[in-house]
Write a protein that binds this ligand. Sequence first.
Ligand code: ZN
Length: 165
Amino acid sequence: MKKIVSILVIGLSLTALWGALIIVGASYDTVDEDNPYGEETLVVGVDASQAERNVTPVVTDSLEYWEENSDQHADYPIEYQLDADAEDPDVRIVWVADLEDCDSVSDPAIAGCADLVEDRAPGTALVEVETGLSQEQARETLKHELGHTLGLRHGDAPQDVMSAT
Ligand SMILES: [Zn+2]
């Protein structure tokens, strides 16, 4: 009888252990461990109420650029879901007359600023782009600032995008 109980206990323990391993495995499986956002698809909100022109082409070009290049340069893949009016986006892009609110990186030379997101993403990573830029300047600025939200610093590759000037 004692032997049967022992076998039963061992069997149940193994079942529980197996279940725990499956749960742990599943949670590690879904997102790259280098990804500070903890999810591969990032929702992007846009506030272009101060912009002088339609910013959608600039935004979609910049997001596409990082969907193609994040894996190589930030070491984790990313997909963006553009939802301009999202209340609680992972990344918020704001057109402003004067840069003011970004926490960590300011780029007055290229008229933008951003939160540098490295170990752990804030609830919403902020990117600001100044109004009054040409379409091409705005595109280069936004690509650069989005690079900071992927943990890239000045001088990191790709250098044509992440140079400070
Ligand atoms: Zn910068």
